[in-house]
Design a protein around this ligand. Structure first.
Ligand SMILES: [Zn+2]
Length: 291
């Protein structure tokens, strides 16, 4: 298993946010005192954005190579982030939020229920699409490629809203491993605090469900990566929230994300199954290299 100590992750990342000083030109943050540590400036900028635009997604891009080079502890954290992003990224999000509120004690109002999403990027070594293998599943991966197709924006169910047809009790159910399960029994977890005890009586109320924007992007490997005589490999990317519409066909991008597999919906009429799982990248960060 993992060797992640929650307290260490939080302490190390908080220290990084408080003390890392950016030195590159591209690390400038407009309108914020350049003498402040780099990520303090980013959080200051984020507060201004949160206050000015109630609809804005709140992202904190973090360059992994900076994290790796900052201290001995942060080097360990960078490795853990690569290997166990499912566990580490939520801890980074929570730490960023805590640091935001430490800097701006009245900032809760500006956040208005929004999460600060830490977006790791800039891995020192990018992978080759065609050499991704099962060992890379559920790790943080960086890829270079060309966007060849983008889907329309589709609503992605985040939280289902159900009503008991017997007693009118309502329940909200969050998404778990890609699925929203209908409540089985009408009990005290619902809105009326008691429930009628009936089973299988819930139906979904579509206009009360919560949806997020989702978009699929097809990324193709760059021509220099294609061995002679072979066709280019490609990979499906899933984008959510403020990453939707961030790239267009023709863009050359560096994408950072979680490499994942999900079971294929197997068509019973098709007897020859190519692969039981389809793999994709859940995008955390896009950098457009050339447009
Ligand atoms: Zn009921």
């Amino acid at each position: 298993g993992t060797n992640i100590v929650v307290g260490d992750v939080i302490r190390t990342f908080a220290s990084f946010l408080r003390t890392f000083s950016g030195v590159r030109d591209e690390d400038r943050v407009d309108g914020v005192d350049a003498a402040l540590p780099y990520y303090v400036r980013r959080l200051t900028h984020l507060r201004a954005l949160a206050a000015a635009d109630v609809g804005a997604g709140l992202s904190l891009p973090v360059r992994v190579s900076q994290l790796r080079g900052h201290s001995r502890e942060s080097r360990v954290l960078a490795s853990q982030l690569r290997a166990y992003p499912n566990e580490v990224v939520p801890l980074l999000d929570a730490t960023a939020r805590r640091e935001f509120l430490r800097l701006f004690p009245a900032g809760e109002h500006d956040l208005d229920g929004r999460h600060i999403q830490v977006r790791p990027h800039g891995l020192s070594d990018t992978s080759h699409m065609r050499s991704l293998d099962p060992q890379d599943l559920d790790t943080l991966v960086g890829l270079l490629g060309m966007v060849v197709r983008t889907s329309p924006i589709v609503p992605d169910l985040k939280e289902g809203y159900f009503v008991c047809e017997v007693c009118g009790n309502t329940m909200a159910v969050g998404i778990d491993r890609g699925r929203v399960e209908e409540p089985v029994v009408c009990d005290e977890r619902g809105s009326n605090g008691s429930g009628c005890g009936a089973r299988g009586t819930f139906s979904m109320v579509h206009n009360r469900c919560t949806f997020a924007d989702k978009q699929m992007v097809r990324l193709q490997e760059t021509p220099t990566e294609v061995p002679p005589g072979e066709t280019p490999a490609s990979l499906l990317l899933f984008c959510h929230d403020d990453l939707v519409d961030a790239v267009q066909p023709g863009d050359r991008v560096e994408v950072t994300g979680l490499y994942r597999a999900q079971p294929r919906r197997i068509n019973p009429r098709i007897t020859k199954v190519k692969s039981v799982y389809k793999t994709y990248l859940d995008v955390i960060h896009f950098k457009v290299v050339e447009r």
